[in-house]
Design a protein around this ligand. Structure first.
Ligand code: NAD
Length: 264
């Protein structure tokens, strides 16, 4: 799909040095958007990534290393994007972490970090981006929730709470902006094979004494009827659609792309 609406616009994608965020950043760049990358990683690798995306798609790329658990750093990142590109037109709240443990054993600092990174950071970036979007009369906020924003799994209390919260934030934001050119929606992926999920596959393989491939198949068989992973490129395609003119009345949805996970 080509959406000329993105040519010359700026997309800030949190957590875009890896996995889904990187896939979405590439898809938006392919449609002409300048990209502000964010996330952790090796400085030289991040520099290379920016140069590659800029060259491949003929867009401008920048990077800010704000830690999404720190409001002051988020404020600095949003000010940087405003100074460098005149604001953020497409905000993709994607940075996220996971920790698996039952409630009674859940480390308090992990709970706090998951809530801060997976939920509260989206409040901070949104509150700082909306004024500029309204002024321009156009904007797109896309929150990367999860099937765990719609249904739960044991062992993932903090993640499930944060992602359900993110779906709630999405709906409230969409309603506040309903009569503007700014939309807010959530994407709810099922399993995507990224470092975040590979850690869970590794844990399963070692706990059950099975191979990496067997652990992958077992993970999918538990939840995802298609038996296949969703890809960052497919999620990028959905993000591009949400940015298109055709999606201007798509407001406040939590759109699952999950191989049938929540249809069960
Ligand atoms: P990933 O581990 O590949 O990437 C996470 C990104 O977030 C990285 O760029 C990392 O550097 C960044 N990040 C982590 N902590 C950060 C912090 N404090 N500040 C700034 N950046 C930080 O993970 P992923 O699977 O691509 O996940 C991306 C998003 O998609 C997350 O919100 C995740 O919950 C969600 N999600 C993933 C899956 C899946 O199956 N992989 C499914 C549903 C939802």
């Amino acid at each position: 799909m080509t959406t000329s609406t993105l040519r010359g616009k700026t997309a800030l994608v949190t957590g875009s040095t890896s996995g889904i965020g990187l896939g979405i950043a590439r898809s938006l760049a392919a449609e002409g958007a300048n990209i502000v990358f964010n996330g952790f990683g090796d400085a030289a690798e991040i520099e290379k990534l920016q140069n590659e995306v800029a060259k491949e798609f003929g867009v401008q790329c920048a990077y800010h290393g704000a830690d999404m658990s720190k409001p002051a750093e988020i404020e600095d990142m949003m000010a940087y994007a405003a100074a460098r590109f005149g604001g953020v037109d497409v905000l993709v709240n994607n940075a996220g972490i996971q920790h698996v443990a039952n409630v009674e054993e859940f480390p308090v600092e992990k709970w706090d970090a998951i809530l801060a990174i997976n939920l509260t950071s989206a409040f901070h970036t949104s509150r700082l981006a909306i004024h500029g979007m309204k002024k321009k009369g156009w904007g797109r906020i896309i929150n990367l929730a999860s099937t765990h924003g719609l249904v739960a799994s044991a062992g993932k209390s903090a993640y499930v709470a944060a992602k359900h919260g993110l779906v709630g934030l999405t709906k409230a934001t969409a309603l506040e902006l309903a009569q503007t050119g700014v939309t807010c929606n959530a994407i709810c992926p099922g399993w995507v094979l990224t470092p975040l999920v590979q850690k869970q596959i590794d844990a399963r393989a070692s706990q059950q004494g099975i191979s990496n491939d067997e652990a992958k198949r077992a993970l999918l068989a538990d939840k995802q009827p298609s038996g296949e992973f969703v890809t960052p490129e497919e999620l990028g395609g959905l993000a591009v659609f949400l940015c298109s003119d055709a999606a201007k009345q798509v407001r406040g949805v939590a759109w699952n792309m999950d191989g049938g996970w929540v249809a069960q």
